[in-house]
Design a binder for this molecule. Sequence first.
Ligand code: DAH
Length: 365
Amino acid sequence: MSGPNTDYDPVEVTPLKPEEVDSARDAALAAIAGATTLEELKQVRSEHAGDRSPLALANREIGALPPQARKEAGQRVGQARGAVNQALSTRQAELEAEHEARILVEEAVDVTLPTDRIPAGARHPLTTGAELIADIFVAMGWEVAEGPVIESEWLNFDALNLGPDHPARTMQDTFWTEPADAHVVLRTHTSPVQARTMLTRTPPIYVVCPGRVFRTDEYDATHSPMFHQVEGLAIDEGISMAHLKGTLDHFAAQMFGDGITTRFRPSYFPFTEPSAEVDLVCFVCRGVDPESCRTCRGEGWIEWGGCGIVNPRVLRACGVDSERYSGFAFGMGIDRTLMFRHGLEDLRTLFEGDVRFTTAFGSEL
Ligand code: DAH
């Protein structure tokens, strides 16, 4: 601030002339009114009310005036600055309100518009189906076991009492890997997981083993060179055919609904003795009117899988004391089971990865 200066002639101080103060004020008010954005108003504020604005400079000159002139000049400049500041805050408020109103309009989101989001898809019915089967057994206290799909010939065949001359070993059914003398196959069933489990654990053993298996089959509506099985194995003291029947009846009812039970037909598997084929009550006609049923074709029953009492030779080959323990085992196709459950007519729909199919069946469970 400059102090009183007696040499100073106020008449020469242009900024303090009343008409200069008025015109600085009017210019400021016009600029404020003309500002159409907050940015522009900021610029106007700096030019007309900032430290170097004409009115601020005029204000600084007041102290240099002789005392009698100071009051009048002070009032005039003060009023002009007050008017400018008032106009600035009014315009600021107006422009802020306009800005907000515009944002509300411009950035409005219509939450009812359809989105172009990529559909989430669904888990495959084979995945959810294998999980459902595992859940049914886990609820009974069983565990889930898994094994490799590339398996030793010994575990796939020998350990399971499938002798060297068994027809399943020929090139007809089995995919062999090279070199042949490595004796490694793509597993033809999930039964080697039984052998692996018995070799690595001590009874009691209660396991289900879902997984992929391979055979040199044609690819058509009911066959595929790759398909899925679930194997079950229970080893404990005093296990009998009655436990096997009760377990499979429970499995069938959980999978297909109350009243769908099983029946056993005598059969032969090298790894079980006695062995049986398991049939399900036809889940379409329920065995009530089989003559006109297209699903079971007059049978009232549908073939589901194989089962039996674990052959003591298999127990011994896998290090289980066959005097103390006995066990039952079963195996069935998961794909086939799901075809029944969902009324699928072509096995290939399960393997062809059409998302429309997966979405229809896969999100269930
Ligand atoms: N492994 C047999 C197959 O692939 C199915 C099977 C039958 C499994 C009887 C078993 C069983 O555990 O006891 O055809």
